[in-house]
Design a protein. Structure first.
Length: 128
């Protein structure tokens, strides 16, 4: 087991979550104008996704694919499959509103797909 790689995945996950907290909080508050709902969704989402992102990173260390295609597929899988699926479920459990799931999850996912692509691409520069 490579401890350095696990530590790198943990650090990458924590930094990604910090960015995500601010983005999800802003998006959720924009649509709900409710601090309790914003805090609840943001806390549940990022508590769950701290673990999900770490596992996602560990799986992708085992996938032998390089370059831009890898970054795009990795970002789309994470944000669309995991983010919209599990993230949407969290929004629904808190709001009980499918329109709110669409607004919050859709907006958050679009922003995060764009950021994830660049974050993953720039990560080798950041960790240096």
């Amino acid at each position: 087991m490579n401890i350095a790689k696990h530590q790198e995945s943990i650090l990458k996950s924590i930094l990604w979550r910090i960015m995500g907290v601010f983005i999800l909080g802003a998006v959720t508050y924009f649509f709900t104008h409710n601090w309790f709902i914003t805090t609840t969704i943001t806390f549940l989402h990022h508590g769950t996704f701290l673990i999900v992102f770490y596992l996602h990173e560990r799986v992708w260390t085992k996938i032998n694919m390089a370059g831009r295609k890898r970054n795009i597929i990795k970002a789309l899988f994470y944000e669309i499959v995991l983010g919209m699926g599990l993230g949407g479920l969290i929004v629904f459990l808190v709001t009980k509103s499918f329109p709110m799931v669409t607004k919050i999850t859709g907006t958050y996912t679009i922003i995060k797909i764009i950021l994830y692509y660049f974050y993953d691409k720039l990560w080798p520069e950041i960790k240096s």
